[in-house]
Structure formats: C-alpha cells, structure tokens
Design a protein. Sequence first.
Length: 66
Amino acid sequence: MTYELKYMTATKVYNYLGISKALFYRVLKNDPTFPKGLEITKGKKVYDKNSIDEWLLSKNSQTNLS
C-alpha cells in the first residue's frame, strides 16, 4: 500500500465517515482505537487520512469476525 500524507480537519473526517459531529466527538471520547489527532495550533487538530482508513478497515474486520 502506498501512503500519501493527507490530513483532514474534524469536519472533513466526520463528513468523510458519514456521521454527525456529535457522533464523531463521542467516538473520539469513547473509542481508544480511533486515531489521535495532531494539534497543529492551539485548539486546531488534524487527522491523518491513512490512519482513518486503517481504523475503518479494522472496524470492518471486527464486524466480519463477529
């Protein structure tokens, strides 16, 4: 797999995932496997798209194993 560095704001992440803002922040708070954001300035975080995709794949794998 080739990696391209691409960072997304929280808004772009929850839109990309197709979830609400409230659910996104609930996932951040309650799911320790969710990728941690990189704080680029005080109060501004970005998230690595590759890490988000890997997290989604791991969730899909867990669902298929259940």
